[in-house]
Design a protein around this ligand. Sequence first.
Ligand code: GLC
Length: 520
Amino acid sequence: MSDWLKTAIFYEIYPQSFYDTNKDGIGDLPGITEKLDYIKDLGCNALWINPCFESPFFDAGYDISDYKKIAPRYGSNEDMYRLIEEAHKRSIRVLLDLVPGHTSIEHEWFKRSMKSAESKDNPYLKRYIWTETPWENFQGIEHIFGALNGICDRGSVAVNFFSTQPALNYGFANPDKEKPWQSAVDSPEARATLSDIMDVMRFWLSAGCDGFRVDMAHSLIKGDTDYSHVILLWQEIRAFLDEEFPHSVLVSEWGKPDLSLKAGFHMDFLLHFGPSHYVNLFRENPFFSGEARGDLKEFIRYYKKVCKEADGRGLICIPSGNHDMPRISHKLTPHEIKLAFVFILTVPGAPFIYYGDEIGMKYLDGIPPVEGGYERTGSRSPMQWDESPNAGFSAAAPEKLYIQTDTDENRPNVKQQSADSNSILNEVKRLINLRKDNAMLGNMPPIEFITAGEAGEPLIYSRGDGKDKAYIAINPALNAVKAKLSEAVRLVYTLGEKPIISEDGILLQPQSAVVLMGVD
Ligand code: GLC
């Protein structure tokens, strides 16, 4: 694992909505470059930028039509090279979003693959998964989301997500002999797909990017119910990277670290889908809400299990949110968001902060969907920089904005929160500094849970594997609670009212959190 990952703190940027420098109502790459000092000042030292490549934008850019070209609405390839260079000058690493599972229907590969009559030597005929007739579909085949038929004079083509996103053909785990369109994983067509995707990776890594967040990483091989084939595929990709770009980093959107880290990913996220119960932290019946008082038993059980299985192989990341789920603020008050950040910034793994969560931007429930965002659009609204029109995001007319801004006149913004020592932004900064100043709170040292995550109970855990340990206790409840923590001796951080420390333990005030240092 690259050394820089051991201290990485990520910031996810949705490029459409971060900062618009050319007044067209949509964010751009020069806008990200201009705000690098803000990101550095926040304390983050790594970026994940959502796809910014050429696309017809049926799924906000997760439907790519040219992997090697920046979409003109964000700028040019040169703008990306400059962004990377300027980020590196500030010791900020850059991960791009790799979408290996599918392209757009407008990708040249797909257009060529539609032309069945063109020639038998057309190398793209089997680059996607086409049945013999349009009446056949893919029901019951794992990792095929649906079928697109009638788009040309061929059969149905397998899709990975929306029907504008045909799945690339990496082969089937157990191809059905009766169905010749099911390629083997070692067929020439599956190998050609892999080689082209490696070429895309080579292109951007040669341009200086530090690695990729990999979209739907688990989905590449069809019918692979136990993931054994896709694990081998990623191990092969990892071996290629180790050879040519040994410092490059791969983060998977998989949500099952027990599998993805084995596959060679350095990190995986716990997500709002999958087995992790991540949603119980901040979203569904959230533990961090004083009102909801949900429990974290299942989350802790799963998290402990995967930490054990990962066993130092890589990092398990708990993001504040992302572009696919309601924002962390949806079910939490501003103070509860701070409590949540105490957790996010004191657990192992590289923290990921979704842009705008650091100021508690709202989830804009019910706003009109944009580019296939549907209800996800509410988490993708323009970053709120100051009190000027469009919250300082863009100088375009408000009706020209890609997504509308929060219309609340008290919407939070960076400028006002920078000046307020009590703001979420300043709390996040304090917590990042605390993490940086105390090695035990960093990405690598193990975690041990002291409480089991019962509803109403404080969440208490320790960090560190030596004699010295850090203890974190978070009480989201509306009442004070007692915690036994006799080993903890030195209080280094408090959020909310100060605890009362006595010989038989600590009285944690309502909705408060503490970090203590102690000896086991
Ligand atoms: C991932 C992305 C999501 C996208 C989908 C299809 O889940 O995060 O935004 O729509 O994959 O690429």
